[in-house]
Write a protein that binds this ligand. Sequence first.
Ligand SMILES: [Zn+2]
Length: 400
Amino acid sequence: MQERGQGIEIEITLQPHGGIRGRCSQCLQPAPGYDRLPERRWRFVPLWGIATWFCYAPRRVQCAVHGVVVEYLPWSDGKRPLTCSMMGFLARWARRLSWRETARVFQTSWEAVYRSVEWFVEWGLAERKLEGVESIGVDEIHWGHGLRADNFLTVIYQIDGHCRRLLWVGQRRAEATLRRGLKALGAEVVQGLRFVCSDMWKPYLKVLAAEAGHALHVLDRFHIALHLNQAVDQVRRTESLRLRTASTQKAKHLKHMRWPLLRRGSRVRGRAREKLNALLSSKLATARAWELKEVFAYFWKYQSVIWAGAFLDYWCERAMRSRLEPMKKVARMLRSHEELILNWFRAKGEISTGAVEGLNNKIRVVTRRSYGFRTYKAMEIALYHALGRLPEPESAHRFC
Ligand SMILES: [Zn+2]
């Protein structure tokens, strides 16, 4: 133990076993010694809260196949200045704490935490098994500030009942992005798909039809609800603006009503409920839009595809007659994707459609912590780390 710079550190000096030859780091075969490199230090898991280092002068060996190479070091992985144990240790903590906190608690740098998680995730991605993936959900996620193409991520989830996880994430939301993602999963996985769940985003629809046409393509219930809500909100905003410039009494009905209008009607209670009732009896356009949105909830209760289809027709007709442009837009969209929407009933009970929404929410938790992530790459790694359910390298200290 010794004092170095800011405080006490533990240094563990290692010596090679005289009778055992070093092994080639490429093929792990024993090879005759060549020379010795200068001593290096690797950060080890802190002992009793004290920063701990391994000190060792690596041997170089002369491998018959690979020539003169550095010997295999069981605690190290290439050039990284941390032992594998330390990287695993930091990576596991980085799932519970933010990377910045992890670095602070264990007296190391943000960079060291980042590199550790990266190593951990790379190992997991290389070792993970993709057998038995039957249902996937594809979605786009907004990230960071602004609406540039780079501010979107395309994500592919596995949404099978027995396993829900992030399979792939890529920057942007173009056709090429999703193609890249499906390619990364491999032809075997894509061929084995039975259900694919997505939004009505055109590039996705196109790619999924071309690459996974054999799977039943379902438009996600959660996305349709989202489109309906956006339409109601648009009606409210336009009307609110119009009424305020006319400064009528009626403008009051719309004040502070954004969130009550977007909630499911049965969940609006108390004062918000009173306001909502007043709004509904006002015959404002917003009230009619809200009613259309609420009525649509019945659609999901049907058991039979035929009756669901009849309801969809009825609803779209009503919406088209509503004289509310945003609602008409939704109706047109639903009509043009009727078959894919009705697939939801064909897949009923087979896929859990709440899964995509749930995973999206988890992704937001990670990307919000993203203040520490200076690059897209770092965030990508954090997402796999948090949601990929990746296998982990064993945590045993393999040096002994
Ligand atoms: Zn070799």
